[in-house]
Ligand binder design. Structure first.
Ligand code: PLP
Length: 406
């Protein structure tokens, strides 16, 4: 796709091949697990990668089209090829990538502030297979450098960390990783390519839970890995062996969602900034985490690495609000909301909230939460497309009813 096109054109045009007369405007759902061949020779050739589809666990048109579209958006301004692979979930993309790029005896340097299941995958599952992992403060380049060993194969981080919205300095991490002969693997779920494209800042592989912003409507589960073709070939091999491919129906929905990603994301980011500023002033609030706030760790970095649209700078659309009063106050705050819905996940059109310590990060001890900078009372808002004034009024009424603690 032409690299000079704007983000909306790219998003719409990355969703389908240019329509020829009489062909459908979008790729139909290929609901088939197996494909027919004229000869045994053709069948055999397909298994060695001649581009023909054979079996849906191996490759499928909907998954390929979706992954190629994400690759086009993530590599929008890059010269050369960017490849993509579709997965049944974000965790499928993450686990397959980590299994493909590590081995017994290898070492990983990972951010301390990661999505809970990713943290557990690294801390428990990969360790069982002989992969050593050091969790570090990813905002401290000296700590990252100090963690490297001769066996370090990759650095793993999130563009915007869940739920603190800590911003990773991707160019610095890429330089450190490459200097040490390691890869930089980035989960960019919270940013989406509308906010930041890590490949343009030196990342080797970018992962998404497509369940979130890419799909955007809370109706499909999937994941995607994009980046260097040689690494994607290894990841594809592991995906075929492990079996977590993206299903055709899910790929279709996620792919359709991509068309409106810039429209949704720009609005969600703008609303999130307005919401964060309004709540930061409420007397019952101890802390608001959003990079739009000048006091946030990532404010300056976000201005450097993230896109600015006609609506202003983009800082992501998750806002974490910690009321005064600890764990119980956080639970009470979430329960008192009337418009924002208590629900898992994020990135959809509806605003949803989670009490972080008891849900998304339940796998982490209080010590690990503290190390990741997460307060036990934190409530994560995934800001949707509702009117900002309605969301702010809802949060204010919920806070107004809490006993204010100093
Ligand atoms: C940052 C991040 N990465 C990965 C995942 C996992 O995605 P999925 O639920 O699609 O497996 C999540 C889920 O919330 C997430 O927040």
């Amino acid at each position: 796709m032409a690299q000079h096109y704007g983000e909306h054109t790219r998003a719409v045009r990355a969703t389908a091949a240019a329509p020829a007369p009489g062909t459908p405007m979008r790729i139909p759902v290929y609901r088939a697990s197996t494909y027919a061949f004229a000869t045994s020779r053709d069948y055999a050739a397909s298994l060695t990668g001649d581009g023909q589809y054979a079996y849906a666990r191996i490759d499928s048109p909907n998954s390929d089209a979706f992954a190629a579209a994400v690759a086009a958006l993530e590599g929008a301004h890059l010269e050369g090829e960017v490849h993509g692979q579709g997965f049944a979930s974000g965790m499928a993309a993450i686990s397959t990538t980590l299994l493909a790029l590590t081995h017994a005896g290898a070492h990983v340097v990972a951010s301390r502030a990661l999505y809970g299941n990713t943290y557990k995958l690294l801390d428990v599952v990969l360790r069982r297979f002989g992969v050593a992992v050091d969790f570090v403060d990813i905002t401290d380049p000296a700590a990252v450098r100090a963690a490297f060993r001769p066996e370090t194969v990759l650095v793993y981080t999130e563009t915007l960390a869940n739920p603190t919205m800590t911003v990773s300095d991707l160019p610095v991490l890429a330089a450190l990783a490459h200097e040490a002969g390691a890869l930089l693997v980035v989960d960019s779920t919270f940013a989406s390519p509308v906010v930041c494209r890590p490949l343009e800042h030196g990342a080797d592989i970018v992962l998404h839970s497509a369940t979130k912003y890419l799909g955007g409507h809370s109706d499909a589960t999937g994941g995607v890995a994009v980046g260097r073709p040689d690494l994607l070939a290894r990841i594809r091999e592991a995906r075929i062996d492990l079996g977590p491919h993206l299903a055709a129906d899910e790929a279709f929905l996620l792919h359709r969602g991509l068309e409106t990603l810039p429209l949704r994301m720009a609005r969600q980011c703008a609303t999130a900034a307005e919401f964060a500023a309004a709540l930061a002033e409420h007397p019952a609030v101890a802390r608001v985490d959003h990079p739009s706030l000048p006091t946030h760790q990532g404010h300056v970095l976000a201005r450097k690495l993230f896109d600015t649209g006609p609506e202003g700078p983009r800082y992501g659309a998750v806002v974490t609000v910690t009321p005064r009063g600890g764990r119980e106050a956080g639970i009470a705050f979430a329960d008192r909301l009337r418009l924002a819905t208590i629900a898992p996940s994020l990135g959809g059109t509806h605003t949803v909230v989670s009490h972080v310590a008891s849900t998304t990060h339940r796998q982490m001890s209080d010590e690990a939460l503290h190390a990741a900078g997460i307060d036990p009372g934190a409530v994560r808002f995934s800001i949707g497309v509702e009117d900002p004034a309605d969301l702010i009024a809802d949060a204010r009424q919920a806070l107004d009813g809490l006993p204010v603690k100093k």
